[in-house]
Design a protein around this ligand. Structure first.
Ligand SMILES: [Zn+2]
Length: 92
């Protein structure tokens, strides 16, 4: 089980959070200009990196804020956390 250090609540178990997806994906600037294939790729296609990955997590059973978590997918070590949209704090 992961322990995620919430910037507001401190170290908490993964079970208090809901995974919110890949934080490295940006919404297209002009969605109406996309064709079906591009829109489908934006919605469904994600990388499956081995190593450092940026993710969104929602602290459902705590402060109810969205976090951006930098996590190593190989070791499951959490490298840094921040509130989504704010600078990161962490060990690296
Ligand atoms: Zn929290």
């Amino acid at each position: 089980m992961l322990t995620i250090p919430c910037p507001h609540c401190g170290d908490r178990a993964e079970t208090e959070f809901v995974y919110g997806g890949d934080a490295g994906v940006s919404r297209p600037a002009d969605p109406a200009a996309l064709g079906d294939a591009e829109w489908s790729a934006y919605l469904y296609l994600r990388d499956n990196p081995r190593g450092r990955h940026s993710e969104y997590w929602y602290h459902r059973s705590g402060c109810r804020r969205w976090l951006q978590v930098e996590r190593d997918t190989l070791t499951h070590r959490v490298l840094a956390t921040s509130f989504a949209g704010y600078p990161k704090r962490g060990s690296e």
